[in-house]
Design a protein around this ligand. Structure first.
Ligand code: PLP
Length: 466
């Protein structure tokens, strides 16, 4: 028998079962990724660089990014061509483009593409121009922003509302304005970075409660009050947790706060508008509208805009926020276009059409969760526009994210600092305008891709141990 030539080898390769060839190619890529470190490490390693040169000491994180990016494993800073529709064109940071099913945008009620919202924006642009020309305390308010304050007060049944240019600013501004250094904060371990960073900036007296654990909050409050009855305590939680899609028992939490003379702040960024009767979010769902001390929210998920608010029953609290919350006092107010867009969204959210949009959204949510469960995937939390799929290993979720992008299914792959190290997940976000066909098409791709990524990483690591 003659020795095979190079040409014979090529013939053998082309005859290979395409699926086997794809797995062989994936194994080759995984080996290369494991060798060059692009699957390893987490952003936690680079968070606190050391050295005297503030600029040069950032270089290690860029080297790590470069390795990941070269292997298609950098999930951040992708860009969208056009509006955040369920079918969208996306480009990654390295410039690779794809068009496919989009579970990575936050526009829960699809109001960013609602014609009434577009008209409201165009009208405001014509009538008041594109920007606010001042902070909210220095002539940055407009007729529309004042109407928006009233509309938010109606939506959350809490009389006094201060607006902020971002949800981030509302969270950080409210906490740092209300809490002094001698006061205390008790905050859920999975609270959003804006709340955690606000807490750290306000006081060194920060206690972290186990996620959703009201008993633990009670314990912490009891311990604080046993040694300090002279200072204030702020308890901080979310209506719907942004990475876990779960919700605390708000009535129990508010009762415990009052028992110990503490104040409760609930961040409703993800649930207000998209959930609950009349779009009142988890607070309305739990029958607590108008009964929470401080309600803070963002307009960036269900209100087709940027911006945030804090609502309170107290006129003096609003006055205090106006004077001492930095992002309210010292940052330009929401633009007239933003205010008009949010106002229009609230009108839709509180109408029959709002009920229909929430019903469409929940039909999609229930459908996606059921189809992912059928693929053997665990969806965390309660049904909401956020569907987190716990993966754990950053390596597996990174590879899954890359392979899904290549198959035109777009999800956000989340890891530290979004979630703790080792608790990586895929975060899918739904919109009213998704349809069941897209969901049915995507779910098996997601299920098979997670399994394929897990197997490929396990096999690659086993080869390295040999
Ligand atoms: C729970 C929570 N609070 C606050 C914010 C900040 O809101 P924004 O992005 O609108 O500034 C976010 C945004 O991701 C969030 O998820």
């Amino acid at each position: 028998m003659s020795t095979p030539t190079i040409q014979d080898h090529q013939a053998i390769d082309t005859d290979e079962d395409p699926q086997l060839a794809a797995e062989r190619e994936l194994a080759r890529q995984v080996d290369a990724m494991l060798d060059n470190g692009s699957l390893g490490g987490t952003a936690a390693q680079f968070a606190q660089p050391r050295g005297a040169d503030l600029l040069r000491r950032t270089e290690p994180v860029e080297a790590w990014h470069k390795a990941r990016s070269a292997d298609g494993l950098w999930q951040y800073a992708r860009s969208l061509d056009g509006a955040p529709h369920p079918i969208a064109s996306i480009r990654d940071e390295a410039g690779n483009g794809a068009r496919g099913i989009n579970f990575a945008s936050q526009d829960y009620l699809s109001l960013a593409s609602h014609p009434q919202v577009a008209d409201a924006a165009a009208r405001a642009l014509r009538e008041a121009g594109p920007h606010s020309a001042g902070s909210a305390v220095l002539l940055g308010n407009t007729r529309t922003s004042l109407a928006l304050e009233e509309a938010i007060a109606g939506l959350v049944a809490t009389e006094h509302v201060a607006l902020f240019p971002t949800g981030w600013g509302a969270a950080f501004g409210a906490i740092t304005a209300l809490v002094q250094a001698q006061d205390h904060i008790v905050i859920d371990q999975f609270a959003h970075a804006s709340l955690r960073q606000g807490a750290s900036a306000a006081t060194p007296n920060v206690s972290i409660n186990r996620h959703l654990d009201v008993g633990h909050v009670r314990e912490l409050l009891g311990a604080i009050r046993a040694r300090d009855t002279a200072h204030g305590i702020l308890v901080v939680t979310e209506g719907l947790f942004s990475m876990d899609s779960d919700t605390p028992d708000l009535a129990a939490l508010q009762a415990v706060c009052h028992e110990f003379g503490a104040t409760l702040l609930v961040d409703v960024a993800h649930d207000l508008g998209a959930m609950g009767p009349g779009g009142g979010g988890c607070i309305a769902q739990q029958g607590m509208l108008g009964r929470i001390d401080l309600v803070m929210g963002a307009f960036s998920k269900s209100f087709a805009s940027n911006g945030g608010f804090v609502a309170t029953a107290s006129r003096s609290v609003k006055r205090h926020l106006q004077l001492y919350a930095g992002p309210h006092m010292f940052s330009n107010a929401l633009s007239p276009v933003q205010s008009a867009v949010i106002l229009e969204c609230i009108q839709i959210i509180r109408s029959d059409e709002g009920d229909a949009l929430r019903a469409d959204l929940m039909r999609n949510v229930d459908g996606l969760r059921a189809h992912l469960a059928a693929e053997g995937l665990h969806c965390m939390g309660i049904p909401s526009a956020i569907v987190p799929v716990l993966i754990g290993s950053e390596k597996v979720s990174r590879l899954t994210g890359k392979l899904l992008f290549e198959q035109s299914v777009f999800v956000n792959q989340v890891e530290f600092p979004g979630v703790p190290v080792g608790a990586s997940r895929l975060r899918l976000q739904l919109m009213s305008n998704h349809n069941m066909q897209q969901i049915k098409r995507a779910a098996p791709i997601i299920g098979q891709t997670v399994a394929r990524a897990r197997d490929a990483i396990a096999a690659g690591e086993a080869r390295r141990r040999q």
